[in-house]
Write a protein that binds this ligand. Structure first.
Ligand SMILES: CC(C)(COP(=O)(O)OP(=O)(O)OC[C@H]1O[C@@H](n2cnc3c(N)ncnc32)[C@H](O)[C@@H]1OP(=O)(O)O)[C@@H](O)C(=O)NCCC(=O)NCCS
Length: 195
């Protein structure tokens, strides 16, 4: 790992990542109802650290970062929606958050609607966000914290080359469940080597 201090580049003025089948852009107010369609589903929330959400719940939780592209600040983070290129539908959302400004590490999270699952769209979208995290935000390490029973999420992490770096027992972060989690990680240099 580089011994040089981590310096976060200026946040991009605009974030718009377009891939073959998905487009990522910061979430805005008018996306909240569409996000509530899948975030309001108990099955989708089974392994997430929150109860099923309405648009108001989502606004209360992430309203302060709507439209934002900055990772900085105590409650900072970037939340992007996944738009399906084919029809413009909002099929999920992704987040970069909990930036550690000393090490250049941050967490990554993903949620995709069951209606769009099973076709590689989540994989394509997360791949695009990992690219962005390293190339635009200059991050050095990404960590995904996953419930050990969330096999689809683990499969996605492994499909993208993240490696299981830690297994935490009764960790307090995932408070709705017993708190067990596995941490899947990838370094910028590991990602570059895969490209
Ligand atoms: C985790 C989650 C995003 C995974 O979704 P997913 O549908 O499994 O992921 P993808 O859209 O990438 O689809 C993968 C499937 O498409 C298949 N696939 C088809 N074309 C593909 C392609 N071009 N690239 C990759 N996979 C492809 C894969 O083989 C895989 O098939 P399988 O389900 O039979 O194994 C989703 O289950 C989810 O949002 N869950 C609820 C929220 C959650 O738990 N979030 C994680 C918290 S840590």
């Amino acid at each position: 790992m580089s011994a040089s201090p981590f310096i976060l580049p200026p946040a991009p003025e605009r974030l718009d990542v377009v891939r073959e089948r998905v487009r990522l852009r910061p979430v805005v107010e008018t996306d909240l109802e569409a996000m509530a369609q899948y975030r309001g589903d108990p099955e989708v929330c089974r392994f997430l650290p929150f109860e099923p959400q309405t648009a108001d719940d989502i606004r209360a939780r992430v309203g302060h970062v709507l439209g934002g592209t900055s990772l900085e600040g105590d409650r900072g983070g970037v939340i992007v929606v996944i738009e399906r290129v084919e029809d413009g539908a909002i099929i999920g959302d992704l987040a970069l958050f909990h930036l550690d400004t000393n090490s250049g590490a941050a967490e990554i999270g993903w949620v995709v609607s069951p209606a769009a699952a099973g076709r590689g769209l989540a994989t394509e979208a997360v791949r695009a966000l990992v690219d962005t995290a390293f190339s635009v935000y200059g991050l050095r390490r990404l960590v995904a914290r996953i419930d050990p029973e969330n096999s689809r999420s683990i499969a996605l992490a492994e499909r993208l080359g993240l490696r299981c770096e830690a297994s935490l027992v009764e960790n307090e972060r995932l408070t709705q469940r017993e708190g067990d989690e596995v941490e899947y990680t990838i370094l910028a240099r590991e990602w570059a080597a895969r490209a």
